[in-house]
Write a protein that binds this ligand. Structure first.
Ligand code: ADP
Ligand code: MG
Length: 240
């Protein structure tokens, strides 16, 4: 049984069909990549899966249970969380506080437990030195790690990562990949949306490709980069 499935998911914004019957399937322990040009529906897919947007069609299941229509915080408590493309920490709260609210509200831990947990997670993601700084004062690479730490604080089985490496230097990307590998090895399955091709192709076992709200290809990273429709979608017909 797949851990997470989306089946023929559709989402419209007025006349715009942002998702037209998209499906995906994530196995336990897997890293699944989702790629596609800007505006192809990647973020919308994450928002529908996590209950931020209500789907106009199709269904999502998590551990065999239908979660379509459930509230985001309920889905989070089941163990399915996402990080946002635009990092939105509570800027005036410290790094530690930002993570520990995840444990408090996302998991219902006690104050003491949530605090201990937050320290441990921040150590793991490499933010131990800045735990008491306001989260508005840390750099982009650190903010990306903070997003990840906030997701981890909910004790997830699956994390959906929406362009968590955007704006990072190549060295920072290497560090981020290493971190994601570690998290995955610890048993957390991942769905990775990323523009940095080298990153998403390096970490994903399987990749799906969206274009204008449709899945146009899927397969191993090798299969996908050599797919004619994918090359067309990214580079235009003349290159295919
Ligand atoms: N809240 C919204 N209201 C209206 N249109 C939206 C909204 N969110 C996304 N869209 C549109 O849906 C399409 C897919 O967007 P998005 O999922 O953000 O793409 P991606 O993440 O692949 O860049 C785009 O055309 C975008 O303008
Ligand atoms: Mg997006």
């Amino acid at each position: 049984m797949s851990l997470l499935t989306a089946d023929s998911v559709s989402k419209n914004f007025g006349a715009l069909n942002a998702l037209k019957g998209v499906g995906l399937s994530l196995e336990s322990g897997q890293v699944l990549g989702v790629i596609g040009p800007n505006g192809s529906g990647k973020t919308t897919l994450f928002n529908v899966i996590t209950g931020v947007y209500k789907a106009d069609g199709g269904k999502v299941t998590f551990e065999g249970r239908r979660i379509t229509g459930m509230a985001t915080h309920e889905i989070c408590r089941l163990g399915l969380v996402k990080t946002s493309q635009i990092a939105k920490p509570f800027a005036r709260m410290t790094v530690l506080e930002n993570v520990f609210v995840g444990g408090l509200y996302g998991r219902g831990l006690s104050l003491t437990r949530a605090r201990e947990d937050a320290y441990e997670i921040l150590e793991m993601v490499g933010l131990a030195d800045v735990v008491h700084q306001p989260s508005g004062s840390i750099n982009v690479a650190m903010r990306r790690r903070l997003e990840l730490a906030r997701a981890l604080a909910c004790g997830p089985k699956v994390i959906l990562l929406d362009e968590n490496m955007a704006g990072l230097t190549p060295a920072e990307i290497d560090g981020a990949l290493e971190l994601l590998h570690g998290i995955n090895k610890n048993g957390v399955s991942l769905v990775v949306v990323e523009h940095v091709m080298q990153a998403v192709m390096g970490i994903s076992e399987y990749v799906i490709v969206l274009d204008y709200g449709e899945k146009i290809a899927e397969g191993t990273p090798d299969e996908v980069v050599n797919n004619r429709r994918v090359i067309e979608a990214y580079l235009g017909e003349e290159y295919a």
